[in-house]
Design a protein around this ligand. Structure first.
Ligand code: C2E
Ligand code: CA
Ligand code: CA
Length: 580
């Protein structure tokens, strides 16, 4: 499946597009005449044949007639030919002139011009530019349309409408040139549907084709305009993504992975698939197409065999700077060996200056060793069906901390991942933890991000409703980043909104952020929802939030996340500070 494997089949733009261009004038002319090409060509040959046979028959007739009439004279034979030449040559000459005028001037020349122009158009399309075809003239618009069709067929997959391998390879070449010039990074991503033959066997080819079309649709929708997506073979897709840092590409690929593996509704049938993704990064994993495609291919094969469905290529020493296979194994080990811990960040009530609750945040020593962010780790767990045990661990340990603390008024908030919200058993599992540690449900709060609600909202709402019925309170995290519809927010029993720290951090200097924060607070209060501002890093921010009647604040200015054994010390210190 690697690009280099199929070199012979697809050696760049030329092999596929050139034959189309060479045969173009003829095809175009026949198309413009709206006749069948074979019929048209055959007809032309028949006409030419008839013309020549008629010409020669006429000549022979005259030869025999004159030769018969002049047998007595020795000069008669040559005289005859001279006389013939007197009229045959001018006729032939005029025919040639006519042929030149009609064929070259009105047919071949414009078609050659058109063909040259269109070659230019193809090259321009390859580099993503769009050309204006006005100068082709109205008379040639039909030919132009026909040519577009030919180009489209040569460059787009007929089933999915995605780019073909030819275009993909061309874009990859351009990306490498661009990367060398500007230092940009590109990820070459190969995606393969696991056991696609089973889909074919189980559902039939018609439905399998429908699935491929939907998958292509999701891929095109989920990407930016600058990214390239192609269908290489049957169920093999490829992406070319520009990115700036490790975190960005991991997050983007995680999103793509989740989007592609969500259930499909193909002609009324629900289809669930799993995919394997192999990624190679320019320049780290290779300097040319062959090297990159071999590495991405190898990574994809590793994904097919291994534990992780998303594998980054590795360096020659076997290590990868990106989230990958070995990390997934470590994550599994971490679960088994209890290598996780929770830290707790206090959230203060602005009016009373008292800690309202602590947000439990996950820490994993290996994540810090590999300098991966906790978000990346959570995402990796999500992508590898490990999030359920991780969330279980978080909830169970948060309940354990609550039961150990036994401090009146101390509540803990846990973060739920998107996958948790599609797990019908989640409420029961949380209930089991509450029971095990004899903790009341109202001591626990769950935080979900805005974006999570928007993915299959009906299902999410149902699970959240069950949680709130148990007495657990609900906060919407990172508010302002996920375009949650207010309609859904109103349907949810939301107690708190947490304004995303990206708006809070710069609100003192940035008037727009300030306006957003203020408007959000007002809107939430009208809906009877309390507001927490996260990312409070200075006294000035705290003061401004207080003047806007923000209910709660969280951030490094108040406290960084602390260990469990620090919670009581923090609470006691606070009581002392408030009393003095
Ligand atoms: P989040 O839920 O929005 O958590 C807040 C993050 O902001 C935490 O980072 C916290 O340490 C950080 N933070 C708090 N105050 C400040 C501040 O003043 N300035 C700055 N720059 N950062 C501040 P952390 O712990 O790295 O967590 C990052 C994200 O990882 C969390 O965002 C959450 O989405 C996810 N996460 C963390 N723990 C868990 C968990 O137990 N379960 C799940 N599902 N996700 C978690
Ligand atoms: Ca949170
Ligand atoms: Ca947040």
């Amino acid at each position: 499946m690697s690009l280099s494997d199929s070199k012979a089949k697809f050696s760049g733009l030329g092999e596929t597009v050139k034959p189309a261009l060479i045969s173009c004038p003829w095809l175009l002319y026949s198309a413009s005449m709206k006749v069948d090409i074979k019929l048209f060509t055959r007809g032309l040959f028949v006409l030419l044949g008839v013309f020549f046979i008629a010409l020669w028959s006429l000549s022979l007739y005259f030869v025999f007639e004159r030769v018969g009439a002049n047998t007595d004279s020795g000069n008669g034979f040559w005289m005859f030919w001279w006389e013939q030449a007197m009229w045959v040559l001018p006729v032939l000459a005029s025919l040639l002139v006519l042929a030149y005028i009609s064929t070259f001037k009105s047919f071949v020349w414009p078609l050659l011009r058109l063909s040259r122009k269109m070659r230019h158009v193809v090259v321009a399309r390859h580099s993503g530019k769009h050309e204006n075809h006005d100068e082709l003239g109205p008379g040639l618009s039909l030919l132009d349309r026909y040519f577009r069709r030919l180009t489209h067929l040569a460059t787009h997959d007929p089933l999915t409408g995605l780019n073909t391998r030819v275009i993909f390879e061309e874009r990859l070449k351009q990306a490498i040139v661009e990367g060398k010039r500007s230092g940009r990074k590109y990820a070459l991503v190969f995606i393969d549907i696991d056991d696609f033959h089973k889909v074919n066997n189980e559902y039939g080819h018609y439905l399998a084709d429908g699935l491929l079309k939907q998958m292509a649709n999701r891929l095109s929708k989920g990407l930016r305009e600058s990214d390239t997506v192609a269908r290489l073979e049957k169920d093999d897709f490829a992406l070319l993504l520009e990115f700036s840092d490790r975190e960005q590409i991991s997050n983007l690929l995680g999103k793509i992975y989740r989007y592609l593996t969500r259930r499909y509704d193909v002609y009324g049938r629900k289809v669930k698939i799993s995919i394997s993704v192999g990624v190679a990064v320019y320049p780290e994993h290779g300097q040319d197409i062959d090297e990159l495609s071999v590495k991405a291919d190898r990574a994809m094969m590793e994904a097919q065999k291994g534990d992780s469905p998303l594998v980054f290529a590795r360096h020659n020493n076997g290590k990868s700077d990106y989230l990958g296979y070995s990390m997934v194994q470590s994550l599994r080990r971490a679960l088994d060996n209890n290598e996780f811990r929770l830290v707790f960040q206090p959230v203060l009530e602005v009016k009373s200056n008292v800690t309202s609750y602590f947000e439990a945040l996950l820490r994993w020593k290996n994540a810090e060793e590999h300098s991966f962010s906790i978000q990346q780790m959570i995402q990796m767990a999500e992508n590898n069906q490990l999030i359920k045990p991780v969330t279980n661990w978080i909830v169970d340990n948060a309940c354990k901390s609550l039961s150990l603390l036994k401090h009146p008024g101390v509540r803990i908030a846990v973060n739920l991942s998107m996958i948790d919200l599609h797990d019908q058993e989640l409420p029961d599992r949380i209930k089991a933890s509450l029971d095990r540690w004899q903790v009341r449900a109202n001591e626990l709060q769950v935080e979900i991000t805005e974006g999570q609600i928007m993915q299959e909202p009906e299902q999410v709402i149902e699970i959240l409703r069950r949680l709130t019925e148990m007495g657990i309170s609900l906060a919407i995290d990172d508010f302002g980043t996920g375009q949650a519809s207010l309609t859904y927010l109103r349907r949810l029993p939301v107690e708190k909104l947490k304004i995303d720290q990206s708006f809070v951090k710069d609100m003192v200097t940035n008037a727009e952020d300030r306006a957003i924060v203020e408007a959000t607070i007002q809107l939430a209060h009208t809906l009877d929802i309390e507001v927490t501002a996260e990312g409070v890093e200075s006294a000035a921010i705290l003061e401004m939030l207080s003047s806007m009647s923000c209910d709660y604040v969280q951030g490094y200015y108040i406290s960084r996340p602390i260990d469990q054994d620090q919670i009581l010390i923090w609470c006691n210190d606070q009581t002392r500070r408030n009393a003095s």
